[in-house]
Design a protein around this ligand. Structure first.
Ligand SMILES: Cc1cc2nc3c(=O)[nH]c(=O)nc-3n(C[C@H](O)[C@H](O)[C@H](O)COP(=O)(O)OP(=O)(O)OC[C@H]3O[C@@H](n4cnc5c(N)ncnc54)[C@H](O)[C@@H]3O)c2cc1C
Length: 380
């Protein structure tokens, strides 16, 4: 019998399993699909501090940023500590960006219009300046999830880590009030505790335990260009509108230019946000908007072909914070879901904190802002 069953082999579940095994626990990870077959396989992989308002999410992002660097050093992830450049189209927007950077209290450099070319030589000249965040980084999300599970199993676990794919969780085993395992389409798995790392489906999994955790899908499209030997984008580059979109509660379509190159040469172009359920229909108007905004930022991209597009569903919680910690309504059930557009960046901190709650250690961060029962009042 394992100490823990982790539901979900995305970046967050993989990180929970990795840190739990490192802490000496025996872990079984189950997923109905393959590793990274959920939103982790449909995102970009930015590890950002720059887009976070001061508060609990920024604290989580800073903890995670340090842990990503530690993991990259130990485990050889495809991790690029290249920094992020947020650009402003007008002086007013630049003032707001600089104001936010001051409040965040994280490392940053204010860049005047003439200085932008030192960071990004192909950037449009039509900008009022920007803010560079050296701590922003990028990781290949699918590889990261797979490697966390592999490394947890192979090298660093004082505990053991076993992966079972093609296993759908259908309910929970109870010992009185306590959650004591999962029921699946391949039989029951008894365990000392269960971690719900089912991402956008975290609300459905929570409902199987009779608890309300509102995680909703927020769709996003990405364009992938043909590979370039020397991509014209050096850092993660995005416009100030991205910060506003991330924080918005709107169900309607929002887009802003987010552009970055990947290690193998293609440039990724995002980002759109809309709440349309789990509708996977390709939206040409959205793709056109993303392409146009990227070309406005990097005119040189106009001559490059897009070779594919994809979409995914961010796990959105109404207050934009993830759900992390043991559920007082279902003792033994720990949630690690609802990270919206930041689940890759926030995965290591989430896994680390969950390992602390599983082992009874004092968490490095105050988990109250992330508590699972905080939506009880709004329960329909
Ligand atoms: C377009 C786009 C761009 C993004 N860009 C970034 C970015 O740059 N940086 C960033 O940090 N984040 C980004 N994100 C968000 C990020 O991808 C997610 O927050 C993250 O992948 C969530 O990971 P997860 O492990 O929680 O969920 P998932 O990766 O979705 O994993 C959940 C797993 O649970 C499994 N599961 C669900 N229900 C069950 C069940 N009943 N039984 C068994 N298994 C089950 C699923 O199969 C799935 O594999 C982006 C998202 C999108 C859509």
């Amino acid at each position: 019998m394992p100490d823990v069953v982790v539901i979900g082999a995305g970046a967050v579940g993989a990180a929970c399993a990795y840190y739990a095994a490192r802490a000496g626990l025996d872990v079984v990870v189950v997923d109905r699909g393959p590793v990274a077959g959920g939103t982790t396989g449909a995102g970009e992989g930015n590890v950002l501090v720059s887009d976070k308002e001061p508060g609990p999410e920024l604290d989580l992002a800073l903890l995670s940023n340090g842990l990503w660097r530690d993991l990259a050093e130990r485990d050889g992830f495809e991790f690029e500590p290249k920094g992020g450049l947020v650009v402003a189209e007008s002086a007013g927007v630049l003032d707001a960006l600089v104001g936010l950077a001051g409040k965040q209290g994280v490392e940053h450099v204010v860049v005047d219009p003439a200085g932008l070319a030192d960071y990004e030589p192909y950037l449009t000249k039509d900008l009022a300046g920007g803010v560079f965040y050296p701590q922003d980084a990028q990781v290949q999300p699918m590889l990261a999830a797979a490697r966390l599970i592999q490394r947890g199993a192979e090298r660093y676990g004082q505990g053991t880590l076993m992966l079972r794919t093609g296993v759908t969780v259908t309910g929970f085993v109870r010992d009185g009030d306590r959650v004591a395992g999962v029921t699946t389409d391949r039989g029951d798995i008894l365990a000392g505790a269960v971690v719900n790392a089912a991402g956008t489906w975290g609300g459905e999994v929570a409902a199987l335990a009779g608890v309300h955790v509102p995680v909703l899908p927020r769709r996003g499209f990405i364009l992938v260009t043909e590979p370039m030997r020397e991509p014209p984008v050096r850092h993660k580059v995005y416009t100030a509108a991205y910060v506003t979109n991330v924080a918005s509660d709107s169900e309607g379509l929002e887009t802003s230019a987010v552009v970055e190159a990947t290690a193998s040469g293609p440039v990724l172009i995002g980002a759109s946000r809309e709440r349309v359920g789990f509708d996977r229909t390709t939206s040409i108007p959205v793709l056109e908007r993303l392409a146009r905004q990227a070309v406005e930022l990097f005119p040189v991209l106009a001559g490059r072909r897009v070779i594919r597009t994809y979409c995914g569903f961010r796990p959105y919680c109404p207050d934009h914070l993830p759900v992390i910690g043991e559920d007082p309504r279902a003792p033994g059930l720990h949630h690690a879901c609802g990270h919206e557009g930041a689940g890759i960046g926030l995965a290591p901190a989430t896994g680390h904190l969950i390992a602390q709650t599983l082992t009874g250690a004092r968490p490095d961060l105050d988990l109250r802002p992330f508590r699972p029962d905080r939506f009880e009042k709004e329960r329909p």
